[in-house]
Design a protein around this ligand. Structure first.
Ligand code: ASP
Length: 330
């Protein structure tokens, strides 16, 4: 147990947790309208047992996040992980793409200190705003030495979710996140934290190098009656990988599957995931992955399958067997 007050680096990126302009009851607001200093000031006023060190990376809606911000976040986390004076990191983030940023950092950072993303579904000045509670919960997690060795986490609504499992499942409900295939890792409140199992990634280094390039990997959503032209168009603009958000267990019309197999044969890795909200896509169910050189996304939905495929391609992993091994890994 840490005997001194934990020192937590707070990296701000914007999002609804820093949203302003709702006028209390309105629906419209600006994500990132509030500065990180103001947010952290509100939190400090709660008298939590933590020293918070703010560092603003961006003030944007997370729909606009990309490689510049991800590079800055990765560098700041890497510095914090090496700094003995820092015990944990919190990243304030919009909820639209929190699962993508969390998963990217989870794949590319070691696990020896807690790194926690936190967001909110209601703007900071909206009646019933959830941001301050989520933020206070995140402080509880990031300041707990037992949070190390669990990979990057997302704290939303009194639950702690693993980056690989977290998924936004509702557009505006306050209880917007789901955890699949594993349930939440812990239950948290501003004054309590109960882990449901031991840290399973203690001592783990970064799984992959942080991408130096940003390979174009597209998600193609399957629809009934579609043809193969969209696949050709994606290859035509130089996609280095394709994720199919397929029907059911990653299915698509025969002509689309044939075009995807052609792409795989030409060296463009193709991962079959699903447009269904939740569920596993297994190999060789209705599509003969072995014969066609395709990869099954297993439990990863399209957004996270795309993120993993970008990291793999940037690290030179494009062979279907090795890509499949990465998707099989927990
Ligand atoms: N569009 C916002 C964002 O992702 C939504 C939110 O934060 O809840 O930044």
């Amino acid at each position: 147990m840490t005997t001194r007050t934990p020192r937590i680096l707070v990296l701000g990126t914007g999002g609804t947790i820093a949203g302003a302009g709702s006028g209390g009851t309105g629906t419209a607001y600006r994500p990132g309208g509030l500065s990180l200093e103001v947010l952290v000031g509100h939190l400090a006023a709660l008298g939590l047992a933590a020293e918070l060190v703010p560092q603003e990376i961006a003030r944007i809606g997370s729909q606009d996040i990309g490689w510049d911000e991800w590079r800055a976040l990765h560098a700041a986390c890497t510095a914090a992980l090496a700094d003995p004076a820092v015990d944990g990191v919190i990243i304030t983030h919009g909820t639209d793409t929190a699962e993508e940023t969390a998963f990217l950092l989870d794949l590319t950072l070691p696990t020896h200190k807690p790194i926690v993303l936190v967001g909110a579904m209601r703007a900071a000045d909206a009646v019933g705003a959830d941001g301050m509670r989520n933020f206070a919960n995140a402080v509880k997690v990031a300041g707990d030495p037992a949070a190390a060795g669990r990979g990057v986490m997302l704290v939303m609504g009194d639950a702690v979710l693993a980056a690989r499992d977290a998924r936004k499942a509702a557009t505006s409900a306050i209880d917007a996140f789901r955890s699949f295939p594993r349930g939440p890792m812990a239950r948290v409140t501003p004054s309590s934290l109960d882990w449901f199992g031991p840290a399973h990634r203690l001592g783990e280094g970064a799984r992959y190098g942080f991408p130096e390039s940003s390979p174009r990997v597209a998600i193609l959503t399957a629809g009934a009656g579609m043809d193969e032209q969209p696949v050709k168009a994606l290859l035509g603009i130089g996609c280095k990988g394709v994720v199919l958000a397929g029907m059911g267990q990653g299915n698509a019309p025969a002509s689309v599957i044939a075009a995807l197999a052609e792409a795989a044969a030409s060296g463009v890795p193709v991962v079959r995931s699903t447009r269904v909200d939740e569920g596993i896509v297994d190999r060789n169910v209705e599509v003969d992955d072995d014969a066609l050189g395709l990869v099954a996304a297993r439990a990863l939905g399209p957004a996270k399958a795309r993120m993993l495929l970008m990291v793999l391609v940037a690290n030179g992993v494009t062979d279907a067997r090795r890509v499949q091994a990465a998707f099989d890994g927990g």
